[in-house]
Design a protein. Structure first.
Length: 104
């Protein structure tokens, strides 16, 4: 599993029939900053992931890739390579809280 930030959404009107009604999100992987391990830095790639939990733009999420992504509920037979499998509340590194979700 990986951490990522939701940076946008994808709309595709023409796609495999099995994907109809599935929410697609653009995810930027988040990495631990090697110069300051209490901070994150964005990765250089982007991932399109199926949203299984109702994540929103700007949220920090946990996502799975590859065959593990298809283990999420309802995705076993779908042609997916990434899925949002958790919404992050807090992250602590070295005993220090480095992230806390905003409760709007």
């Amino acid at each position: 599993m990986y951490l990522g930030k939701v940076i946008g959404s994808i709309v595709s009107t023409k796609k495999d029939e099995s994907m109809r009604g599935r929410k697609l999100l653009m995810i930027r992987p988040m990495l631990i900053d090697s110069e300051d391990p209490t901070r994150f830095k964005p990765g250089s790639n982007t991932i399109i992931a199926v949203d299984t939990l109702g994540a929103g733009e700007g949220e920090l999420v946990m996502f799975s890739q590859g065959s593990s992504a298809r283990q999420a509920d309802g995705l076993k037979q779908l042609p997916v390579d990434a899925a949002v499998v958790g919404l992050i509340d807090t992250v602590s590194i070295g005993g220090k809280k480095t992230y806390e979700a905003k409760n709007d």
